[in-house]
Design a binder for this molecule. Sequence first.
Ligand code: 5GP
Length: 123
Amino acid sequence: MSSFAAINKTMSDTIFSKIIRREIPADIVYEDEQAIAIKDINPQAPTHILVIPKKPIPRLSEATESDRDLLGHLLLTVQRVAEQAGLSNGYRVVINNGADGGQTVDHIHFHILGDRQMKWPPG
Ligand code: 5GP
């Protein structure tokens, strides 16, 4: 069974697990055994892509040592997807973690934002 098929419907099920299982549609720009990348439905920049692991880790603060390889893979996936999107002039990578971090979907994901100049500090 692939990791895709092995994702269970649990209490922590989110919109992203439903997208991964193809239960709801999304504009998928990349997929491999461990991760998927989709266009954000409410883009905050001309290019706004989410890189999401198929494993439903709720948030960065709940990742463990056993997720070390997966987290590395996700960052390299961010790099690959950003290059594929043509963001050669740079881009921002964001992980919102928990309530104060502004996280709204409890399934860890990396935002890739690009094709405009980013500001600092972020809001
Ligand atoms: P967070 O606020 O948790 O860091 O980011 C969640 C992101 O998921 C938001 O940018 C939001 O626009 C996006 N999002 C929420 N629901 C959907 C959906 O059904 N499809 C897609 N493509 N993006 C979604």
